[in-house]
Structures are given as structure tokens and as C-alpha cells.
Write a protein that binds this ligand. Structure first.
Ligand SMILES: [Mn+2]
Length: 412
């Protein structure tokens, strides 16, 4: 028995408000599907955050449908759970995965938490927020019980576990039942492959760079999925890397050597197939940052899809936001003076916003704000924000009979 395990594909994510980035996520997904078919697996598990939102665009839905039908054509079924991005915490709401049941998607849900694939027992749950931890643990105990009647078993979850994710986890490693052969996890965007229970616990990670903090893991482990073999007594995990369409380049430049720094970057990126995302830190900036930004944009703008600069008046993190007060202060300088003490990233955000809003680019401005929030506040570590709607969320009551959990899928 051989299967592919992927997660966190975030279809429909328009990073930095750029359609090019949305298309990158689709392109990677298509490559993943092709590679899975090449690997000749028996089935596929998707561990949540299939889509970026619970209301994906038609293009995101179509991209998934195309992949799903391609798999179907190759005789490969897919099992899937909803992640925190796919779920709306509203009574009676359903995740978008449910749309594809008629196309053969096997949705693992609160109401249908278990399947048999041949002699392999597959059990799982959609994402549960920490506030529903007790309910989650009681459901895990129940699934563990059921798994004990089977020779081979897989547990599919979209949760943070304290051992791999020190902030905002919903489960401690001791909460996870230890009688499964494979733990098909989603939620953490970096690659994790650990020994646990009777076999392995794996987070395949996100399939594209969803956040710049994922770059170090990407450089170490690449992006992609895993292929798991469960034939012998051992569970064997093989990492399959998938090239992402464009590079993320991270560089630190010295303002005093700006020209040679820019020239070096130019040399690096000039032959790239696709324009990269540039994350630049410029230290020792002693003049108007917006002018430095303009200069960088002029030199590199054509070669990069996006330039994300951070300016420091001194070296590295000693960012002091007190600009020299000169005779003339434009709106951007005034912004910076107002925002001193907030750190250089706020300075960049405000300059970018000023720029976009001056041109009535509301959508892009909104994306940049979302991105900024994601990068700096949503989660100290990774992607853990739980996308809630402003709704009448109920607290689950333990004494409620089974089946009356707060967020259930009604179309089961
Ligand atoms: Mn995710």
C-alpha cells in the first residue's frame, strides 16, 4: 500500500495582492498532481487548507477540480479534511471540499470520520480550534479505539502540536493517540518527519511559500509532499520535492555600498525564468527612505515581481526611526516621524500604503495590510490564525449527545 500525503496548498491565495502569485500556487498544485500520478500511488491524503478561504474563487475551485479529475482518471482517490482556512466557524456551514464529493473526493468529517481503503483504516477530523480542545481529545480517543481493531491505520489531522509548534498549538504531543501507523498532519507549513506511535508523524508543509518566514525551511527541505509505503512492518516516508515557480531572494545591503549591492542582485536574478520576490534589508540609510526605495525600484523593478524593503538607519536591528529634520518635509517623511518608535516595518508599510492609496489601489492596499498582519502579528511562528467569521459561535457542551458538535457539516 502506497499513498501520497500533502497539505496546505492554499489554492486561491493572492499573495501581496498579485494575481501572478495566485497563479504560482495553482501551478505548484498542478505539478504536485502530475508527480503523484507518476509515483503510482494507491490513494492521496490532503490534510487541510486545500483552499485559502472557505469561499474559494471559481478559479481556485476549477484548479482543484481539474487535479481531482486527473487523479480520478488515473484511478487514484483522494481523502481530505478541512483545515482552519477551509472552515467557517458558523453553525450549519460546510467546507468547500464537500462540493467535490460527487466528483469522488472522500471527505473525512465529524460525521464521516473513518474510511477503509483495502485493509487500511483511515480516520481523521477537520480542524478544531483550541477552544474546542476537550471535544477534539474525546473524538481522538474514540478514533484510537476504532483503530485498535485494524492492522494498519492512518490518522489525518490539521492541528498544531506543541512539540513542533511552540505557539498557538491545540494539542500536546501526549494528547495524540499512539496506536496509529501514520499521522498525516497539516497546518504547520514547514516539513516535519518524526517517529511517533507505531510509525511516523509527518507534516509535508505548505506547497508554496505562503509566508516569508517559511524561506529558511524551504531552503533546507524544499516544498512538496511525501509518498508513504506501509507494506512491511515499517512505515517508509519519501520526501518528494516540487520546484516552486519563482524564487524568493533575501538580501541585506549597506546603503553606503548600495550601487554594488544592487548590481550583485541584478547579476543574480537577471536570467531567472520568472521574476523573483525580493526581500531587501538596507542598513545605514541616512537619507529619505522613499527616495532609496525609488532608486531600488528603478534599478530592480523590471527584474523582480515584488520588492519588499526594510530600511534601517543603522546596522541590522538598531533601527531608529528619527529622520533628520530637514527644511522640507513631504507627507512620507511626516508619516515616518509620526510612526517613530513603531519599528522600521511599520515605516515601510505606511510608505507602501501611502503610495497605493494615493493611486486608489484599494485592493492591493488591503492585501498588503493582510500580509503585514500575517507576517508580524497573526502568529509569532507560522500560520495559526483561525479564520473566524463574526458569528454566533457556540461553546460545545460536553453533555451534548454525539452529532451535535458546534461546527458540523450538514450536507453529509
Ligand atoms: Mn495552512
Amino acid at each position: 500500500m502506497k499513498f501520497a500525503h500533502l497539505a496546505d496548498t492554499h489554492l486561491g491565495y493572492r499573495q501581496y495582492g498579485l494575481f501572478e502569485r495566485e497563479k504560482d500556487f495553482y501551478e505548484v498544485f498542478e505539478k504536485v498532481i502530475d508527480k503523484i500520478i507518476e509515483e503510482n500511488v494507491d490513494f492521496v491524503i490532503h490534510s487541510g487548507d486545500l483552499f485559502e478561504t472557505a469561499r474559494p474563487s471559481p478559479l481556485a475551485l476549477l484548479t482543484f477540480q481539474k487535479g481531482l479529475l486527473k487523479l480520478k482518471g488515473a484511478g487514484i482517490p483522494m481523502y481530505a479534511i478541512a483545515g482552519n482556512h477551509d472552515v467557517v466557524m458558523r453553525k450549519g456551514s460546510i467546507p468547500p471540499q464537500v462540493i467535490f464529493k460527487k466528483s469522488g473526493l472522500k471527505v473525512i468529517s465529524n460525521i464521516n470520520p473513518t474510511y477503509m481503503h483495502g485493509d487500511v483504516f483511515i480516520a481523521g477530523l477537520p480542524f478544531f480550534p483550541a477552544s474546542h480542545g476537550k471535544l477534539l481529545k474525546s473524538k481522538l480517543a474514540d478514533l484510537s479505539d476504532k483503530a485498535s481493531h485494524h492492522e494498519k491505520s492512518i490518522l489525518v489531522l490539521h492541528q498544531g502540536i506543541d512539540k513542533y509548534f511552540s505557539f498557538n498549538y491545540e494539542l500536546e504531543i501526549g494528547d495524540i493517540p499512539d496506536n496509529f501507523d501514520y499521522y498525516a498532519m497539516g497546518h504547520i507549513h514547514k516539513y516535519v518527519n518524526d517517529k511517533f506511535g507505531k510509525g511516523r508523524l509527518v507534516y509535508p508543509g505548505s506547497s508554496e511559500i505562503w509566508k516569508t518566514s517559511e524561506i529558511p525551511d524551504y531552503l533546507e527541505n524544499g516544498k512538496g509532499f511525501v509518498v508513504v509505503e506501509m507494506d512491511g512492518p515499517k512505515t517508509l516516508v519519501k520526501r518528494v520535492k516540487i520546484d516552486i515557480p519563482r524564487e524568493f531572494i533575501k538580501r541585506t545591503l549597506d546603503y553606503n555600498k548600495l550601487e554594488s549591492g544592487i548590481a550583485g542582485i541584478k547579476e543574480t536574478i537577471k536570467d531567472f525564468d520568472k521574476k523573483p520576490i525580493l526581500n531587501l534589508t538596507i542598513n545605514n540609510v541616512d537619507s529619505d527612505t522613499s527616495r532609496v526605495y525609488e532608486l531600488i525600484k528603478e534599478e530592480l523593478g523590471e527584474l523582480a515581481l515584488m520588492i519588499r524593503p526594510t530600511f534601517n538607519m543603522y546596522d541590522e536591528d538598531e533601527s531608529v526611526m528619527m529622520p533628520e529634520v530637514t527644511s522640507k518635509l513631504g507627507p512620507e517623511e511626516l508619516l515616518k516621524i509620526q510612526l517613530k518608535g513603531y519599528g522600521s516595518n511599520v515605516d515601510v508599510l505606511s510608505t507602501e500604503l501611502y503610495d497605493l492609496l494615493s493611486k486608489d489601489k484599494l485592493e492591493e492596499a488591503k492585501e498588503i495590510i493582510d500580509q503585514f498582519y500575517n507576517d508580524h502579528y497573526a502568529n509569532i511562528n507560522e500560520d495559526v490564525e483561525f479564520k473566524t467569521e463574526k458569528v454566533e459561535e457556540e461553546t460545545p457542551k460536553e453533555e451534548k449527545p454525539e452529532g451535535q458538535v458546534t461546527f458540523k457539516e450538514v450536507l453529509e
